[in-house]
Design a protein around this ligand. Structure first.
Ligand code: SF4
Length: 97
């Protein structure tokens, strides 16, 4: 998600290039920080057509962004994805170590 109050706090100059191509650049806070954590149709439409969706999602996952819509996923969806990845990693580690 492009910064609504500037850049996300943990962004460094080296990894922020994708923000320049964010579809949501300049969008309203209310669209990407929904009250109940449920992405609005307009946020999802923007994410769906955003060229940097994967960068955005990976940024949020690696920086533990707790709030808002990133890469088209809500907080809850990102937590689940992170858990799923951790489980998969554990399975692969067990299987191939
Ligand atoms: S994927 Fe969505 S939240 Fe992320 S930069 Fe694109 S439009 Fe913004």
């Amino acid at each position: 998600m492009y910064a609504f109050s500037g850049m996300p706090s943990k962004t460094t100059l080296d990894d922020s290039a994708w923000f320049d191509r964010a579809k949501c650049k300049g969008a309203s806070n209310a669209v990407f920080y929904p009250q109940r954590g449920v992405p609005s149709a307009s946020a999802l439409a923007m994410c769906r057509s955003c060229d940097v969706r994967v960068d955005c999602l990976e940024y949020a996952l690696s920086n533990d962004e707790e709030f808002g819509i990133w890469g088209g996923l809500s907080e809850r969806e990102r937590r689940k994805l992170k858990r799923d990845r951790e489980r998969l990693s554990a399975v692969l580690t067990t299987r191939f170590s």
